[in-house]
Ligand binder design. Sequence first.
Ligand code: 3HB
Length: 277
Amino acid sequence: MEVWRTSRRVESGFHDGLAYAYDGRYLFCSGRIRHTADYAAATRNAYVRAFKLLDRLGYPEVARVWNIVGGITGQVATESPADRYGEFCQARAQVFRQRGLTVKDIPAATGIGGHDDHTTIYFLATRSRDIIRIENPLQVPAYEYPERYGPEAPCFARATYVAAETGSRSGDLFISGTASILGHLTVHEGDVERQTRTTLENIAALVSGKNLRSHGIDAELTLRDLDCVKVYVKRPQDAEIVRQICTASLGSKSEVGYVIADICRDDLLVEIEGFAS
Ligand code: 3HB
């Protein structure tokens, strides 16, 4: 479950099957997609409803999305060659295209396995138009992945930066779910320790001063600056070693949650996301 806290006054409600809350800077909303026969249509419908809500409440820029997909690597229908994640990616890309989003407008995201027969979506959107999409020098942008991973490449940025409002100190950096992928290839198949280290190295490169400056952001971060970290571990028996590696790399005050979940590629054993401000 995603929980985001704010010290500002919050208004909340329900609309068109979505729960929402907003604080003047961010709007958070969530919805659930039942895995009915036409999964792609149900996914498109939920994304369209979420965007309508963002527009209606005046938070049109989506900065960060979580997609918790039950049976993420399982088959959807016997006649479909794509797995559920592949179908999800197709449906999402269609809605993004319809909305006119280009790769310069897409959110940071997580797409991860869930434990029931639903897909749960969470959107964090903002009124600010001052959002920068960040890519990782060590990875091919996900939206350029070759077709062998699925009929439609996953539409998300490696991170997004929402600039500070005037008067406040720094902006907010949302880091997408990151895994042991170099270029577009999974590396260290079957080796959870090396996958965890590569994942952390990927995030370190993403938030480095060199990479942030190349995207026009005057900031320099390390793994120790991350907060609201979530570590998704595929096999329960790997959780302890993953925790040890993460604890040694992350800041001692960072909030870190560990979750057992399937990852979107069968050969990935761990995925890590985070936030910094
Ligand atoms: C996604 O498709 O939104 C996604 C999937 C991941 C990691 C990050 C984002 O495995």
